[in-house]
Each structure stands twice: as C-alpha cells, then as structure tokens.
Design a protein around this ligand. Structure first.
Ligand code: ZN
Length: 219
C-alpha cells in the first residue's frame, strides 16, 4: 500500500491541527522509512519476483524489525513518546501512535501472508488485497480521495505556495503510484533500498507545504 498510508496521514490533520503534515506522514510511513535502511544494512530481505501478487513484483522475504506487529508497537511507542517529549502536545502524540500502528494494519489488508507478529519467527498474516489490481487501485484511490478532502477542508493556504505545493504534492504522489503499478520492476534489490530512502523527501515536502497552510478549526 502506498497512497493509503499517505491518506491516513492527510486525514489525521483534522484530529490534531497543531501537528505538521510532515509529522503525520512520517508517522503513517514510519515502518516503510525504516525498512530501506534495514535492507541496506542487510538485516531485512526483499526479492524481485514478478507475479508474486498482481500488484507488486516484490517478495518480502524477511522484514521482522520494520514490519512485525510487536516491532510496530515498539516503533509507535518510541515515536509518539519522542513527539510528546519534544512538542508537549498529547493529542498529537496519540494520533502519531495510532498512525504508526495504522501502517501495520493497512499492510495486513494489502500484503499476502508475509507480515510476522513477532520478530522471531512464528505465524505470518496478510489478507492479500494485492492479489487484485482493480480492488487495490479502487481502495487506495478511495482512501486517497478522502484523505485529500479532509486535509483540504480542514486547512487553508496562507499564501500561493500553500496552494501550489499542495497540488504538486498530490500530482507527484499519483505519478509515483502509477509508475510503481505500470512501470517496469526495479532492476535489483539494492535499487529498492536506495530509492526507498527518497521517500524522506515526501515527508520533508509535507513539513514544507504545511507551513504554508493553516488549520481552520483550532482546539
Ligand atoms: Zn509497509
């Protein structure tokens, strides 16, 4: 899942107006931001195997530290704890906690059964939405539309950048998603790890554009 995670971050702005969109996207995508680093370090493994599912050519051989349920809870507690300490905004910390966990739940819906519960073997889960291209695109498009709508109606631009950076952000996300669906598979595993780190730019983009928009409903 790609757009669905960003949708969760966008929608969450309504719940926590003083939290930057950058932080919300970082929370929603935290597990996928940790993952490429662990791939590079050799602690996790992925294989390129076109046909593994209808949607992704990636076979997630092993990702116990970024994508097990137990570690998702650990990352969620660490991240929201750090946020609470730095920002002293309990509402934001609670939403960040929920967003990190939402990543795992949404991945369970999407991935085939390859998500571990604990990092030391044991059962794996996954409902396999990715076995159907139309169902995946339908669900992600619906979620993304809803997330965009909620972010848009709960914030307003304070200058032109607030409008244009938001539109460009949406177009970029859709372009990345389309390329991942219809483009060729990545040439090798190392490329996946390197390109995966580029997702940090989307988080930075979220921080930048959020500085040019203001939450309409403050509380
Ligand atoms: Zn993931």
């Amino acid at each position: 899942m790609f757009l669905g995670h960003f949708a969760a971050g966008l929608a969450a702005k309504k719940l926590t107006p003083y939290t930057s969109l950058g932080t919300l996207l970082l929370s929603a995508q935290l597990l996928d931001l940790i993952w490429p680093t662990l791939l590079l370090l050799g602690h996790e493994r992925v294989r390129i195997a076109p046909g593994t599912t209808a949607v992704t050519p990636l076979d997630f051989v092993s990702y116990p530290w970024s994508h097990s349920l137990a570690m998702a809870v650990v990352w969620a507690l660490l991240f929201s704890g750090a946020y609470a300490l730095i920002r002293r905004y309990p509402r934001g910390a609670a939403v960040a906690l929920g967003l990190v966990l939402s990543h795992w739940v949404l991945d369970v819906v999407t991935h085939r059964a390859d998500l571990p519960l604990i990092p030391f073997g044991g059962p794996v889960v996954g409902l396999g939405l990715w076995h159907s291209m139309p169902a995946t695109v339908g669900v992600e498009a619906l979620m993304f539309t809803l997330g965009l709508y909620l972010y848009k109606v709960n914030t307003e631009p304070v200058d032109k950048i607030g409008t244009h950076a938001f539109v460009a952000f949406v177009v970029t996300l859709i372009a990345i998603y389309a390329a991942s669906l219809f483009g060729p598979p990545p040439p090798d595993e190392a490329t996946i790890a390197y390109v995966g780190h580029a997702q940090w730019l989307l988080v930075l983009w979220g921080y930048w554009l959020d500085r040019h928009r203001v939450a309409i409903r403050q509380w």
